[in-house]
Design a protein around this ligand. Sequence first.
Ligand code: GTP
Ligand code: MG
Length: 334
Amino acid sequence: MTSDSIATSLLVRLRAGDARAIARAITIAEAGGAAAASLHRAVLPQTGSALTVGFTGPPGAGKSTLIDAFVAELRRRGQTVAVAAVDPSSPLSGGAVLGDRVRMGRHTEDAGVFIRSIASRGHLGGLTDSIQPIVDILDFAGRDVILIETVGAGQSEVEIVEVADVRVVVNAPGLGDDVQAIKAGILEIANVLVVNKADLPLAARSVRQLRSMLSLRRETDRNVPVIETVASSGQGVVELVEAVFNVAPRTPAERQARRRARVHRLLAETAAAEVRHSILERSDEPFLNMLRQVEVGELSITAATRAALGPYHEARDRVSNPHTGHSRRDEPVT
Ligand SMILES: Nc1nc2c(ncn2[C@@H]2O[C@H](COP(=O)(O)OP(=O)(O)OP(=O)(O)O)[C@@H](O)[C@H]2O)c(=O)[nH]1
Ligand SMILES: [Mg+2]
């Protein structure tokens, strides 16, 4: 069989929702490279009907337990589901999130629920590159709702969860630092906030803290719902599902706009990382000379930065508008 016919038969089985085909396709996407890219191109035209919901929050907040209950409620409503449990710290796929498999065990016999652990395999950015194709594969395979779980509140988790149409940030009382998630800047990305473990005594205080933080923020953040749940008993999960559907983008155009915004942010962040890396690598004489000039105060750091960015900055200056207030003139050396 040619590789083309294998690809075609994979796509046919994938479109039919075959679980083994989904698993195979995700493995291809995870590996990256040309095969992943061509698979992604093939599925893309037939995507856009799934709703993607990202769950993130500190370790042990109850994300997996909550997702398990969330899945049960979606199934009660007749929706098909896929769960991608991302473990950025694990070098291996599969066994990495065994605990999650156990917690979501009640759905293993249900063909309407596909569960997969996804590991980063250690290369930085690898997962942020492959999560969108994985979501698109699950969308193409006809899953109504795609859930993504990521642990923690670091930059890479934020980027992963940004793929989602709706982002749920899960907190729980008694994790040592009640405002941990907020400190990491994760509040900004939340469309829905959850205080899980509402059965614990300090839950009410966490809810008050979150609400008062939201009240200090932008208008749009003030409307972010705070839902109390007890994931282990299912309490509050119906309210959570409703809150998620309520904030979900309603039209394909709205989804497209969110996706465009994400690609824009991702490009800015990736560019920043690349530029940082290449600047740290530099050791040529003119560059070292420029560093010395900054050291002795002959050159401002802004002017040196512009010089280091060189051609990029010149191109940008040509298109920048002098009336926007973002003038790019050198700062005087003080
Ligand atoms: N009391 C109480 N315990 C809960 C609740 N939800 C989950 N737990 C417990 O909290 C622990 C962590 O739950 P998980 O669902 O694994 O949390 P997680 O956020 O997925 O954890 P990581 O994936 O390791 O970050 C488990 O022992 C759960 O049984 C709840 O509502 N109340
Ligand atoms: Mg978990």
